[in-house]
Design a protein around this ligand. Sequence first.
Ligand SMILES: [Zn+2]
Ligand SMILES: [Zn+2]
Length: 120
Amino acid sequence: MGILKTLSDALSGKATLTEKRSPKWDKVRTDFLKTHPYCSCCGGETKLEVHHIKPFNVHPELELDPKNLITLCEASSGGVTCHLFFGHLGDYKSWNEAVVKDATSWNKKLKNKPKKVVLA
Ligand SMILES: [Zn+2]
Ligand SMILES: [Zn+2]
């Protein structure tokens, strides 16, 4: 992870500079993305982030636990950034422990969204 990304994440409140990631995190993240290659909320496949359901600075023992992980995107489809909104309730300093339930229900909603019929 580059220093610029680290700094920009720190500025946005996504991570603090003092937060230490496990040296195993990169591998766990890559493996998780292989088995969960799309956003659990909108189904998108770009700008994916592996999100911690319970933040790893509050629950360090869950940092590498796949049961504590969910793939969410930052592609901002339809004006909503799944990671920021559903994972962090719109604030990277907060988190949403019901994210799995919410992502599942929004995934259903988004898949079946009604469309206006435009008559030519
Ligand atoms: Zn998404
Ligand atoms: Zn997150």
